[in-house]
Design a protein around this ligand. Sequence first.
Ligand code: SF4
Length: 242
Amino acid sequence: MSEETFAAASEIPSEQRSSRMGPLSEETGDSPASSSPCSPERHRDLRLRVGARVACTEAEGPGRRFAVWVQGCDLRCPGCCNPEFFARDGGEAVAVGTLADELRAARDLYAITGLTVLGGEPSEQAEAVAALCDRARDLGLGTLVFTGRTLAELQTMPEARALLDAADTLVDGRFDARRREPPDGRRWIGSTNQQIVHLTPRHADPALWRGHDHVELQIDAAGRLTAHGAPDLLRRLLKNMS
Ligand code: SF4
């Protein structure tokens, strides 16, 4: 059956908390000298390899959210619905500062309330994902991260410390095609082994996780049609359209 846990930040061993020590600029290899260790400016030039992003969706977590599909995943779960995000060299490298500007614009234009990071595997770019989540929080947005690694695995990864500090909620664990979440199960969850881990109370209301998944179709400014949301529904939609 479904797993939903609440892990207060204090349960994460203190030695695994984020030190947020200076990320290096990819372009210069230097830490910006003028910013403090906690300054958002310190992370502006840090780059996240992104496979796709949507400025406003109601299909990828509670409420209206900005969704970022990160590029690159070494876990390769059989039956994964997003194999196009496996390759590390796909997508595009986008500065965290650019994504933060897009977050701010989406908040002001669409009244989004959160950021969802999915993929691809966020923990394989943990520093940049953590920096983006920090910026989202600075904007008053909640942060939801779908990761193929379990909380226990992330807690053993020093590079994931900042990510655990910056996420309000994780959906953790490999997708297991033999244990698909039933249609009347939890929303947005692929398989029953995956846990919803609330690191803060932000998304902890169980009612947020009930209801039916759906698919969204969007046409961007360039006229491109994109579809995202529940993979099974998407497959049926594409089959009916073909
Ligand atoms: S961790 Fe996620 S993106 Fe990676 S293979 Fe598994 S389901 Fe797919």
